[in-house]
Design a protein around this ligand. Structure first.
Ligand SMILES: [Zn+2]
Length: 264
């Protein structure tokens, strides 16, 4: 059997083997054994690395129900020449999202294409945060966790398209102005950002990134019911660092001193 897939995860398996988890175009998320991959890498030289897109020849395993990787050839290594460490962090988070929001052997060719195109985009490090916000939205939608943006999650009234809303993570969607006083910890969500999310393929700009950066990661962790280490690393190393301007990092600055802030 042949299929092409993206490597999500690599684990040690038995003494000499590796267990590689792929997201395959036609077979979805599947773990396969690469026999002897740890002992002699000659068969799989340059192949077995996270993010790699590989054309695979697979066969039925002799010793278990797991498939075995018979042969492989590299189609693309999108992150091999990633232009920034940042890209790798975003890419790792993307792979984690695929691992957690897909079921074994459930193929989705649209998701497969979105993974490929997002990884390619991340490798260039142009608007990686915007790309990852779009990916979060897409995978939540495909996995059946799409947040409710059309109706108030409390009273079910249809959203006023010209008014800003409040997003409530615990209820998985927006609440209207009438219901808003009854909730705590809501996040502002503008009508512009909602429009952008609903319209596929639109680039996520600065204002939307700020709003969605507070909503989507929190929503994802809430849905998973546990923290995601790759997300925590991103938050610590990239997002928190961005929220602080270089001037603010100088602890000795007087608190009320005006600090230039980048505008859109
Ligand atoms: Zn309401």
């Amino acid at each position: 059997m042949t299929d092409d897939g993206i490597i999500l995860k690599i684990n040690s398996y038995r003494e000499y083997d590796q267990l590689i988890t792929f997201y395959f175009r036609r077979h979805g998320k599947t773990s396969v054994v690469a026999r002897g991959a740890k002992r002699s890498r000659r068969r799989f030289i340059g192949l077995v690395a996270k993010f790699n897109h590989i054309s695979c020849e697979l066969k039925k395993g002799k010793r278990s129900t797991l498939m075995e990787l018979e042969e492989g050839s590299l189609i693309n290594a999108p992150m091999a020449n990633a232009q920034a460490f940042e890209s790798l962090l975003y890419g790792s988070y993307l792979l984690d999202l695929v691992l957690h929001f897909t079921q074994d052997q459930h193929a989705n060719s649209r998701l497969f294409d979105i993974i490929l195109s997002t990884l390619s985009g991340l490798a260039t490090n142009k608007n990686p945060e915007g790309l990852i916000r779009r990916f979060e939205w897409d995978i939540l939608t495909i996995a059946g966790y799409k947040p409710e943006l059309n109706h108030c999650v409390r009273c079910r009234n249809v959203r006023d398209q010209n008014k800003n809303a409040t997003f409530y993570v615990q209820d998985g969607g927006i609440v209207c102005r009438v219901c808003k006083p009854n909730i705590k910890n809501g996040h502002p969500l503008s009508s512009d950002t909602i429009r952008l999310l609903i319209t596929n393929d639109e680039i996520i700009g600065e204002a939307a990134k700020r709003e969605l950066g507070k909503i989507l990661p929190e929503f994802i962790v809430y849905q998973l019911g546990r923290p995601l280490p790759s997300l925590a690393i991103l938050e610590e190393t990239i997002w928190h660092a961005q929220a602080t301007t270089p001037l603010q990092k100088i602890a000795s600055l007087p608190e009320k001193m005006e600090i230039p802030v980048a505008t859109d």
